[in-house]
Design a protein around this ligand. Sequence first.
Ligand code: ATP
Ligand code: MG
Length: 203
Amino acid sequence: MSYSKRRIGIMGGTFDPIHNGHLLAAEEARAAFELSEVIFIPTGRPPHKSGKKITCAEDRCLMAELATVDCPYFKVSRIEINREGSSYTIDTLREVTADPEYTGVQFYFITGLDAILGIMTWKNAHEVTKLCKLVAVSRYGYTHERMNELPDDIRDKIIPLEIPLLAISSTELRDRIKRGRSIKFMVPSSIEQFIIKKQLYKD
Ligand code: ATP
Ligand code: MG
């Protein structure tokens, strides 16, 4: 593959907590599309998780910083955390693509298959597909054939990417912590230490 534009990945998520599945997805997309960097953007207030208890934005952001500190090409942005109200992907993409720092950049929005299957519920889904390329990485329990459930014009904009399956989710991690089970090797050790120190997800 040869590219002319500078390419940057965006990995959005609640990251409550960030785990090795997120990091592997970002790394596999970085390598596959020769991205110069991947920006992790923790959501401020996720619209699809309203009503659910989530960890404060500062702690989720700090965990994203800790988990990515070893990788010079992984960055963390506070763009959604600093914005008032619900975090919509379209607002983030509009803001990022209008930033003079990113003039001429081709953005790759990286999601798991589970997340992309809900794209029709996203605000301004069609405009999202115009502002970036969408990458759908493998997620345990989902197959890429399920992209056929999406309208043709949307599906055609999504690039499937097979990655090694890590059957890890933040929900599973929170549940494990509550039950006193180990999360070692599912998250970077810095995240494990942070969770213990801050006593997160205990109740
Ligand atoms: P939760 O269980 O709370 O929904 P999660 O593990 O799904 O947490 P999110 O913050 O919701 O994490 O996900 C952010 C993005 O990362 C989504 O696009 C999601 O599909 C993707 N993702 C999460 N876990 C994995 C994984 N193990 N492998 C690949 N992609 C993943
Ligand atoms: Mg999720």
